[in-house]
Ligand binder design. Structure first.
Ligand code: SAH
Length: 366
């Protein structure tokens, strides 16, 4: 899709015309990744964070939240629950917590793989190449790191470097993670003050350029204990500023599916938060094929407040599982079995396996 067409869709607000976009995204989703919805059991393992991201409620400077770090045994218990519930993957997410040391996490991954055989996805922020290599060697399968916005100047403003350090190079990091052998996921927030339509169109083009395996997008939701949530970050004039709306999120999900037909796209909790009734379902009908039910024990879950009034805050893991399964079946879709690796990744593996023989063939042909 040309940039002009992307921008036209991002500006489109007529629900009747948008039906066409929803229909196209849903068709491509069905043709390329099928009707299965894969479930990833999310465990928010620590809300300790060394960073000061202007948008995020668990930023170091927020003195209003209780900090926690789950023990390895507590995390293992959640992973066992994922198995009981039939999920193929567990996702471990946290703030940038220096006490989650490389070896500690590696040991945890070993234990989860040995006991459960689940696919393990990590979302632990910016770490050293050494840690990432150690975690891959320990058996981790995937890494999620959103680049948040492709507008570099905006990113550096909202995601300050850790004191005295260099600005984060998340896009370079995504390439590095791919090189280490991870299935790689990324994504952006929609409607960050200062984010233009042009920026969001660039984000979608960058998703395709990076050939990502997973792409998570959700509306930016203001948290009152953050500088951005207090209104300290200037918005653009209304004709340029992307709104953090539900409709803009569906448009981005749908356009992302068209730009990256074989990637995995979650219908995110942030989307379910802006529309509790049917946000998840509408995401799944407009391009998404993944849901991430929360497995974090309730006493910790309420403390992992990256934005306020998160959907499913007070539910038990059992309740989330039943509720999501019902929602998926009500759409005539099925719950995916197995690991739910990205089709992108699978074809890349196939190419790798095929390349030696192609080379051999090339040689015979002189
Ligand atoms: N520390 C990890 C995990 C962060 S939480 C990391 O930085 O990668 C996962 C995602 O939540 C972030 O990447 C961001 O896109 C999203 N997020 C954070 N604050 C948010 C807010 N106020 N509204 C919406 N999404 C938010």
């Amino acid at each position: 899709m040309e940039k002009r067409e992307l921008l036209d869709w991002l500006h489109e607000t007529d629900e009747r015309r948008l039906e066409e976009l929803w229909r196209r995204a849903d068709e491509v989703r069905r043709a390329e990744v099928g009707d299965e919805v894969h479930l990833r059991g999310l465990v928010e393992i620590s809300n300790v964070c060394a960073r000061e991201c202007l948008y995020c409620g668990v930023r170091a400077g927020n003195a209003e939240i209780d900090r926690y770090r789950m023990s390895a045994d507590e995390i293992l218990a959640c992973a066992r629950k994922a198995v009981d519930f039939g999920y193929g993957t567990t996702v471990l997410q946290s703030g940038e917590d220096p006490k989650l040391t490389g070896p500690w996490v590696a040991d945890l991954i070993h234990r989860i793989k040995a006991e459960t055989g689940l696919a393990v996805t990590l979302s632990l922020g910016e770490r050293s190449r050494k840690d990432w290599e150690m975690w891959k060697a320990a058996g981790a399968d995937r890494y999620l790191l959103r680049f948040e916005t492709s507008n570099r100047e905006l990113f550096e403003r909202i995601h300050p470097a850790v004191c005295g350090g260099k600005p984060a190079e998340r896009i370079a990091m995504l390439r590095e993670l791919r090189g280490i052998g991870f299935e790689v996921g990324s994504g952006v927030m929609i409607g960050i003050p200062g984010q233009s339509y042009e920026d969001l169109a660039n984000d979608i083009e960058l998703f395709a350029e990076l050939d990502l395996d997973m792409i998570g997008v959700g509306p930016y939701l203001p948290h009152p204990e953050t500088p951005m949530g207090r209104g300290e970050c200037p918005a653009l004039p209304t004709d340029q500023q992307v709104p953090n709306s539900e409709q803009m999120t569906y448009k981005t999900v749908a356009l992302t599916r068209l730009a990256c037909p074989r990637t995995n796209i979650p219908s995110t909790t942030a989307l379910a938060t802006v529309n509790r009734e049917s946000g998840r379902e509408l995401g799944l009908q407009r391009g998404a094929n993944i849901v991430m039910p929360n497995l974090t024990p309730p006493e910790y879950r309420c403390k992992y407040e990256i934005y306020p009034a998160k959907a499913c805050l007070h539910e038990t893991a059992e309740h989330c599982r039943g509720c999501l399964e019902r929602r998926i079946l009500s759409l005539g879709r099925t719950v995916g079995g197995g690991r739910g690796d990205s089709r992108n990744w699978q074809s890349r593996q196939g190419d790798k396996a095929a390349s030696p023989s192609l080379k051999a063939e090339g040689n015979t042909n002189g």
